[in-house]
Design a binder for this molecule. Structure first.
Ligand code: ZN
Length: 270
C-alpha cells in the first residue's frame, strides 16, 4: 500500500481553484495520506482553513507569514512586523486546528532585499513566529532561500527543536548542522533537475528526510503546474540516490513526518 505525506504544499493557490476536487482525488490515487497546506500571508488563512474542513483528515493547515510578501504579481518585498500583526489574531483563532506554523523563514534573494533593514525585518518576523510555535507546541515549516546558514543559526539560537526545512538550497555541510539540531529536510520533485538537491540528499541521513511537492511550484518540469500527486517522483529519486527501495523511502519519510507533526498521528492511520 502506498502512503506518502506531502509536508509542504500551496493547495490554496489560485492555480487549483478550478479543479481542486480532481487534484485531491489524483493525489489520493497516487498514495498520498495527508497534505500539509502552508500559508504565505494572512489573506489566505481563511481559505486554507476552509480547504482543511472540506477535506477533513487529508488537508492539514499550517498558518504563518512568509519572509517575502507579494505587493503585486510583479513585485515583492520583505515581510514586516505589520504583516505579522495582521496574521496573529487569525493564528490565535485557529490555533487548535494547526499542525505547524508556516510557511516562515528567511529569503535573502537579492531582488527581494534592498538593504540590511529588510533582512532584519525578516529576522524579527521569524523570531516572533518561532516563539509562537513554542507557545503552541507546534513545529515550524520553514522556507530558506539564499539564507540557509542564517536560517539554521537563527532557529538554533531561538531554541527551536522541531523544524522542517523545505526545499533547502544551502550547502550540505550547513544542512548537517540542522541534522545535528534534530531538524528535518523535505525534498520536492524538482530534485530530478537540481544538482544541489541531489547532493543534499546524498549527505542527509534518510532519518532526517521528508517528502514535499511545494505545489504548484518546484515540479519535475519548470513552468508546469506541480501537483501533490508528483510526490512519488521525489521518493523514486531519493531511492535511487540512497540505493534503497521506494517502499523504504516511503516508510521512513512517512514515519519522520508523523514524528515531526504529531497531530497527524491522531488524524490519520497509515
Ligand atoms: Zn512553499
Amino acid at each position: 500500500m502506498l502512503r506518502f505525506i506531502d509536508c509542504h504544499c500551496h493547495i490554496s493557490a489560485g492555480d487549483f481553484d478550478k479543479d481542486i476536487d480532481g487534484v485531491i482525488e489524483n493525489s489520493k490515487k497516487a498514495g498520498l495520506l495527508a497534505l500539509l497546506a502552508v500559508a504565505e500571508h494572512a489573506a489566505e488563512f481563511d481559505k486554507i482553513i476552509a480547504l482543511s474542513q472540506r477535506f477533513p483528515g487529508f488537508i492539514f493547515p499550517c498558518l504563518g507569514v512568509h519572509p517575502v510578501q507579494a505587493v503585486s504579481p510583479e513585485q515583492s518585498r520583505a515581510a514586516s512586523v505589520q504583516d505579522l500583526d495582521a496574521a496573529l489574531p487569525i493564528i490565535e483563532k485557529y490555533k487548535d486546528q494547526l499542525v505547524a506554523i508556516g510557511e516562515v523563514g528567511l529569503d535573502f534573494t537579492p531582488r527581494f532585499i534592498s538593504n540590511e533593514c529588510d533582512k532584519e525585518s525578516q529576522r524579527q518576523v521569524l523570531i516572533r513566529q518561532a516563539h509562537i510555535a513554542k507557545e503552541l507546541d507546534l513545529p515550524l515549516n520553514v522556507h530558506s532561500r539564499s539564507a540557509g546558514r542564517p536560517t539554521i543559526h537563527l532557529l538554533k539560537e531561538q531554541g527551536v527543536d522541531k523544524a522542517l526545512l523545505h526545499a533547502f538550497d544551502g550547502k550540505p555541510s550547513v544542512a548537517m548542522e540542522g541534522v545535528k539540531a534534530g531538524y528535518f529536510f523535505s525534498i520536492p520533485p524538482s530534485i530530478i533537475r537540481s544538482e544541489q538537491k541531489q547532493k543534499l540528499v546524498k549527505q542527509l541521513p534518510l532519518e532526517n528526510i521528508c517528502l514535499e511537492t511545494d505545489s504548484p511550484a518546484l515540479g519535475p518540469e519548470k513552468q508546469v503546474r506541480n501537483e501533490p500527486k508528483n510526490i512519488s517522483i521525489s521518493a523514486e529519486y531519493i531511492s535511487k540516490i540512497k540505493g534503497v527501495s521506494v517502499e523504504k523511502v516511503m516508510e521512513v519519510t512517512t514515519q519522520n513526518a508523523l514524528r515531526l507533526f504529531p497531530k497527524l498521528q491522531l488524524a490519520i492511520r497509515p
